[in-house]
Design a protein around this ligand. Structure first.
Ligand SMILES: Nc1nc2c(c(=O)[nH]1)N[C@H]1C(S)=C(S)[C@@H](COP(=O)(O)OP(=O)(O)OC[C@H]3O[C@@H](n4cnc5c(=O)[nH]c(N)nc54)[C@H](O)[C@@H]3O)O[C@H]1N2
Ligand SMILES: Nc1nc2c(c(=O)[nH]1)N[C@H]1C(S)=C(S)[C@@H](COP(=O)(O)OP(=O)(O)OC[C@H]3O[C@@H](n4cnc5c(=O)[nH]c(N)nc54)[C@H](O)[C@@H]3O)O[C@H]1N2
Ligand code: SF4
Ligand SMILES: [Mo]
Length: 752
């Protein structure tokens, strides 16, 4: 370990760091129209200084969802004063949802972290200088490692920081600090899609481009509430000129289901049976593409045999969807010339998510709906850079979609980074749930949480919070010290957020886009990139990262790491090129000359397995681990509530505009028949209980939820007190959307 620098020295280093990172990429893009200058933003930007007139504009991608809209940021003296959605960007073409419009205002909230905070002897969090914070960070983690072994310190990261920061964190933690275990909140979100694609296609490769929303004549959305969760993708569907059939498969009559042409309100988790039932009919009727199957897939006969038993009668019994409806949907798929299948958390967050996702992939494969415009088996991503974390977080994959267990891969990565190959772990990390179990077993004693709020978002929260107590040292790095997780930390590191730093995100359709520094982080807060550099310095491993002085330096390494991979981006020169081209989708290898802004994969029918063939993978449906029973007779679903709320609300709750667009109190959707039976009146307080906890929420009586089911949004802290910690066996993704609960009018003592 390096000697601890003197205060002056580290302060100088800090300002040098700030300057490097502060060299914003502001580019004036021609004169601003009067109209744009005056545009207040559709939702207004109440918290920004008034009366400022922009003198330049730059553009960058949004920092919330994986749609990856571009926003024009209007600047005065290099500081953002307003924003409008970019008109000429191929993703959003002039549109943004409320979160995008309000993206700047949430940066200015009064509870931003402005200095590091350290817990004192009395348990209070007290402000400290970065130098002190870094000493504590290194001393405590090193003590843990000396006592319990290097692997006893782990990290939990995110899908919401730039790829460059993710790569720095993953490399620092594993190569520099000797950690073996580190996972991301993407486990809660995309792990199922990753495994489904890897097994079926040979690489984690969502094949589509957003133009497909506009080119399909049949759009099948499975467990995906686009209107709320990806409003701009929904707008793309609304622009589809082919009068498409829109089939929504969701137990709830969501906003998206209401707008669909067909809604299959199936029983939760019966998707697998239903999708096999559709395959059964398509095969039995001969509504399949035998040429495609023969040339480009493997194991079709086994799959056909497997789905034989999924007769329409059986499917009706298991899913509640009638034989006639099922047949009608199969016919719709058959008649479609360009059928696209899309899925999100209704599929991924399930104890049989991987096989369900693959059942969707199989439908696309056997009908030849892949590689052509308007087709595809398309997983829609959640967070702004979940796709970046899939390739560059160094958690489940070695940097660049490589494999920790493959020696050639380790050699390649070591050569490109100029590090000793022996520092690269030869084993895979534990998944998130196993890290949590590791804490329970006292095998993990130190934890570094970066840009995620698991005390709110992780499944079965009560256990999680007890588990955090067992740690010797918990560091939380966040924009706000007020998050549920940060409040339990021993050390809090204040991070700059989106808009206060630079780097790249990869959106759902594999498009790499740039974010820029357009605002100063408050107080002493630093970009995650600068924090990682500081840690490397204090830990004594900064030589290992000597070439990574700026995010763009890391980007150059990331490019090199993708060479020869399906996600090869060696043809992208630099950030300005990404800017000029409206983002660039991977792959974009060296020598690639296309300027096409809408590219999809598998046009040649070749998949990434060595034999070029896609795999048709399947399994028998599994029993629901905790079905409704006499004591807990309802099935609880959870998910997104409104387009204006983001996850654990640390950001969106800071905008008065957004707060005005959603209910402040947590609520439960309950069917009118159930409400009547339970003696529950609309908008009164009710108690919802599972075997794990009890929460008090308001009753929202609505027929959009089926009788026997309840829905509570994930945005309120109490939701995960109810959920059952169970996981998909292949992806280890939590099954957030099914557990048994009961409901009753709240006892007056619980209402406060
Ligand atoms: N406004 C807003 N937008 C967001 C987010 C946000 O927090 N707020 N988060 C982003 C992130 S990270 C993600 S991952 C995405 C999530 O985006 P979505 O997956 O679209 O959102 P969810 O509401 O979690 O789940 C979608 C639907 O799955 C349904 N569902 C539940 N169980 C089943 C089932 O067994 N079968 C089927 N077919 N459907 C089922 C639910 O009823 C719900 O309507 O949204 C992203 N966009
Ligand atoms: N019951 C239930 N639970 C769920 C889900 C569900 O459907 N149902 N969905 C799951 C899904 S799909 C997801 S993705 C997770 C999301 O769960 P989380 O990742 O825990 O949710 P966020 O609120 O997005 O947390 C991000 C944190 O990072 C901070 N932050 C933002 N920007 C930065 C930055 O640049 N740097 C740093 N250091 N910090 C920053 C924010 O303040 C916030 O505290 O929730 C999961 N939990
Ligand atoms: S749809 Fe997603 S990327 Fe677009 S503005 Fe809204 S939150 Fe941002
Ligand atoms: Mo997510």
């Amino acid at each position: 370990m390096s000697s601890i620098d003197s205060m002056t020295d580290s302060t100088t280093k800090l300002s040098a760091l700030r300057e490097t990172i502060g060299s914003a990429l502001f580019q004036r893009q021609g004169p601003l129209s009067e109209e744009l200058v005056r545009a207040p933003g559709r939702f207004g930007l109440g918290q920004l200084p008034r009366g400022k007139v922009p003198d330049a504009t730059t553009s960058m991608v949004c920092g919330y969802c994986a749609t990856g809209c571009a926003l024009n940021i209007h600047l005065q003296d290099g500081e953002a004063v307003n924003l409008t959605p970019a008109v000429d960007y191929p993703v959003n073409t002039g549109m943004a949802c409320p979160k995008g419009w309000e993206a700047l205002s949430v940066l200015q909230s009064s509870d931003r972290g402005t200095t590091p905070l350290m817990r004192d002897d009395q348990g209070r969090m007290v402000p400290v200088k970065w130098d002190r914070a870094m000493q504590e960070f290194c001393d405590r983690f090193k003590q843990v490692q000396e006592r319990y072994g290097k692997e006893s310190v782990a990290f939990l990261s995110t899908g919401q920081i730039p790829s460059e920061e993710m790569a720095y964190l993953g490399s620092l933690a594993k190569f520099g600090m000797g950690m073996l275990h580190g996972d991301g909140n993407t486990r809660q979100c995309m792990a199922t899609a990753v495994v489904a694609y890897k097994q079926a296609f040979g690489f984690d490769a969502p094949p589509y481009t957003y133009q497909d929303f506009e080119e399909s004549d049949v759009i099948v959305l499975v467990g995906s509430n686009l209107c709320i969760a990806h409003p701009i993708m929904w707008q793309r569907i609304c622009r589809n000129p082919h009068d498409p059939e829109i089939v929504v498969i969701d137990p709830r009559t969501t906003e998206t289901a209401v707008a669909a042409t067909q809604h299959l309100a199936l029983q939760p988790k019966s998707d697998l049976a239903l999708l096999y039932g559709l395959a059964h009919i398509l095969i039995a009727e001969g509504w399949i593409d035998t040429d495609f199957i023969r040339s480009h897939t493997k194991d079709f006969d086994d799959f056909a045999r497997h789905v034989e038993s999924f007769t329409p009668e059986r499917v009706e019994q298991e899913s509640g969807i009638t034989k006639e409806r099922l047949h009608y949907v199969a016919r719709t798929i058959h008649k479609g010339k360009r059928v696209s299948f899309w899925w999100t958390m209704g599929v991924n967050q399930s104890y049989q998510g991987v096989r369900t996702a693959q059942a969707i992939i199989n439908l696309a494969l056997i009908t030849g709906n892949i590689g052509r415009p308007g087709t595809g088996a398309n997983s829609i991503t959640g967070q702004c850079n979940a796709m970046g974390s899939r390739l560059f977080s160094n958690t489940t994959n070695l940097l660049g979609g490589h494999d920790f267990q493959n020696q050639e891969h380790r050699e390649k990565v070591a050569r490109i980074l100029g590090i000793d190959e022996t520092v690269i772990p030869t084993e895979n990390s534990w998944s998130y749930d196993r890290i949590i179990e590791g804490i329970l077993r006292d095998e993990i004693k130190g934890l570094w949480v970066v840009c995620t709020n698991p005390s709110h978002s992780w499944i079965n929260q009560n256990t999680f919070d007890e588990i955090l107590d067992r740690l010797d040292f918990l560091v939380v790095q966040d924009m706000y010290p007020t998050t549920e997780t940060a409040q339990q930390a021993d050390l809090f590191l204040p991070a700059a957020g989106w808009g206060e730093k630079e780097g790249t995100f990869i959106n759902s359709e594999r498009r790499i886009g740039v974010i820029k520094k357009v605002a100063k982080a408050p107080g002493e807060a630093l970009s995650d990139f600068s924090i990682f550099r500081l840690v490397a310095h204090y830990w004594g491993c900064e030589e290992m990262f000597a070439n990574w002085k700026s995010p763009e330096d890391v980007f150059q390494s990331l490019k090199e790491l993708t060479r020869g991979q399906p996600c090869d981006i060696t043809g992208i020169d630099n950030y300005p090129m990404l800017d000029e081209r409206g983002g660039i989708q991977w792959p974009y290898p060296e020598g690639c000359e296309t300027t096409d802004s809408q590219r999809r994969l598998f046009a040649d029918g070749r998949f990434y397995h060595a034999d070029g063939r896609a795999r048709l993978l399947f399994d028998s449906p599994r029993e629901m681990p905790e079905p409704p029973n006499d004591r807990y007779p309802y099935l609880l679903l959870t998910g997104r509530g409104t387009a204006s709320q983001w996850h654990t609300q640390t950001r969106t709750s800071k905008s008065s505009v957004l707060r005005g667009l959603y209910p402040q109190d947590s609520y439960v959707e309950i069917h009118p028949d159930d409400a009547r039976r339970e003696g529950i009146r609309p908008n009164t307080w009710v108690q919802v209980e599972s075997q794990r906890g009890s929460v008090t929420v308001k009753a929202f009586v609505t027929p959009t939820i089926q009788a026997g089911q309840l829905f509570i949004p994930m945005h309120y802290n109490s939701t995960n007190q109810l959920t059952l910690a169970h996981f998909d066996p292949h992806s280890r993704q939590p099954s957030f959307k099914n557990c048994a609960v009961r409901i009753s009018p709240a006892h007056p003592s619980l209402i406060g």
